[in-house]
Design a protein around this ligand. Sequence first.
Ligand code: URA
Length: 210
Amino acid sequence: MSAEFRVIDHPLIQHKMTFLRMAETTTDTFRRLVREITAMLAYEATRDLATELIEVTTPVTTCLAPVISGKKLCLVSILRAGNGMLDGMIDLLPAARVGHVGMYRDPETLEPVEYYFKVPEDIQDRLVIVVDPMLATGNSAVLTLTRLKQAGATSLKLVNLLASPQGVQNVQTHHPDVSITVAALDQGLNDHGYIVPGLGDAGDRIFGTR
Ligand code: URA
């Protein structure tokens, strides 16, 4: 059985996703929306983090209150579009370490090719949250998760803005232990491997390079 796959259909997320999809949305608005939606996805993806009680002294009395316990966090951005999601993640998880994995899609085969890999040395001790706006074919996510496991990671989550059914299936087939949290699940992929209806090239729209 696969780990959880969740589409977060909160009205705020769905509203913001609609404006993210619009071709006329400007680069600054696009970036702000990615950050805001990502922060909400971070909130949902971390719902199952362990907590422990510590004693605190309030101005009134002492009490036991929960704090996050268990593994420390590591965010991993799949370059380059994943970087657009880092600010939203760090807004909620300010102490997280950050790794980067560089993958580009071979335009002919649509297969990912790795060109950069840098993660914290203690990755085996951390809960790793991989971010990439688009889970399209899923090939980059699958390779990234494989490489992170090779580097020692044992506890992984994937967070995307948009997913295709094929991408979800691909990740679940190769990494059934990895939970997936997305803001929307779209119809499928076109011949160029773009999500349909999608939002276009996420990296170009985040960095204004289109
Ligand atoms: N990458 C993108 O940026 N957009 C898609 O639709 C698919 C992959």
